[in-house]
Write a protein that binds this ligand. Sequence first.
Ligand code: DON
Length: 323
Amino acid sequence: MAEWRATGQLPQGPVVRALVEEAIRRFGPVKEGEVATYIPALADADPNRFAIAVASCGGPLVEAGEVGHCFSIQSLSKPFLLALLCEAIGERQVREKLGVNSTGLPFNSVQAVERVEGGLSNPMVNAGAIAATSLVPGDTAEAKWAFIEDGFSRFAGRPLAVDEAVVASEMATNRRNVGIAHLLEEQGGLWFDATASTELYTRQCALSVSTHDLALMAATLANGGRHPQTGEPVVAPRICQLTLAVMVTAGLYETSGDWLYDIGLPGKSGVSGGIITVAPGKGGLATYSPPLDSAGNSVRGQLTAAFLSERLGLHLLASEAGG
Ligand code: DON
């Protein structure tokens, strides 16, 4: 283990609490953004719901708003799948097969698949996540699902369930993902049946989580892979480091540069309205607010992450003029 590291800790609980409550007051009234409708089951989400949870690596949580309300995890599943896969098949294989570079294009871009040999750029976009799913250990869809369900539940620290209505809704409309999977297959970028891989990916996107769960999942990535409350080592510290690097590169798709510029931390968004932000060694932030910007990222979530990153001194690239 290295003698020195780049991390500190979050301020005391009452400081965090005051800022989380201030964020709810400041950004609750923001009305910009649109709830996702391309998956019909998501269209019913209440645009007024807003929740913030900060889980420190030491265990305690600071929460405000509707933190117990459950929603489908959607693309917030991608970093956790990547971490579990790296742990299972090794970081070298994952990097060689799936890549770690940004596409600069929307999460469901077909163009991004066509323009690179093998079709894959990184596991934060749909193509990379479907390919990652195809690499999950297990010879059958059932065995792969058992691995995914178990790993995600260990990240959450409780058994997670699938929202079957979301699965049915997305399976009935996900022609673009089915197309991406077949295109990948044709380019040698898929390691399991295209239809089954798309179904497994869709199922994992429909795992039901709360903002509370997501903060603990993010804090596990911040905490060298050890769950801050259950104490379980879910993945190795090195795997967290690599996962966070890919989140920095591509966690907010074509706006990942804006995100790094403003927030300066690894983050990941999902179309149901969640965002997770990870402050390595310190803790995890999760927000839920369904209205999204044009890149598919929660508007209030981004405002909250920027506010808390600045006020809690979390920007990884910030320094003060030395003496
Ligand atoms: O595959 C899809 O389109 C969805 N299941 C997930 C996309 C998503 O969450 C993109 N994130 N902002």
